[in-house]
Design a protein around this ligand. Sequence first.
Ligand code: DCS
Length: 284
Amino acid sequence: MNSVFINGEVVDRANAKIDIEDRGYQFGDGIYEVIRVYGGNTFTMKEHMVRLYQSAEKMKLEIPYPEEELTAHLLKLIDSNQVKDGIVYLQVTRGVSARQHHFPSGDVIGSVVAYTKDFPVPSQQMELGVTAKLLEDIRWLRCDIKSLNLLGNLLAKEEAASEGHFEAILHRGDTVTEGSSSNAFMVKDGVIYTHPATNLILNGITRRVIEGLCRENTISFQEEAFLVRELLEADEVFIASTTSEVMPVIKIDEQTIGDGKPGPVTKRLQALFSERKREQSPVK
Ligand code: DCS
């Protein structure tokens, strides 16, 4: 089955049409979420929905359904497509109106679409680790909003990927911010460091799960910005996102991190994360 959700209905993908004057299409004037499905169950769905409504508020964008109703639509879509291990992509735009920069009048209703996709856990990369490229963070100053406008992220990812890297790790001046589609972490002397949740990064849901796991297991976790130099001298580096989970980074540019293998703190977090997945997504 290839059903999608579009403006209140679950329909076959071939029948889903978006107007060319949709503001998402013309301006990237919208927001999105990527939500994980493990074994047919959603993972941290509530947190993603809360962040979606927060992004909307920051953009002065009205989502045409209350959170509970939108959640119910997504669950129906997952069920309809029989998703096992995959994702739900959800986006809300400011709707369709004649192209003009300022916002349309209040009677224009936002467009809401969602689709599902199979997405197996990237087990091999998680076991072996991946490489990353350091790039200047040229994005805007509201990276806390999960906006459709991803050009700065795309340029960075493309440059890194074209050289065979899994991710671009971004820095503003000397300070490491985050990955192009992930949060970035380093481990030094047993302490995990990550950039504080300011306007300069997206406060990842995976990042928050990791923070919670650290708290529950007395692993030292510091929301403290660190420098490029410190990143390259770290004992371990990893990135985290809905699709990458806890992903070890074993080399950045030409610099091998630690001994070039996923480190013990990263591996412990991977194990704790897997446990949390099983708790939240029991096999049906
Ligand atoms: N930072 C950026 C810039 C991101 O795009 C993402 C996720 C994250 C951090 C991590 O956030 P989550 O832990 O909530 O996923 N980006 C999504 C994306 O575009 N594809 O997959 C995840």
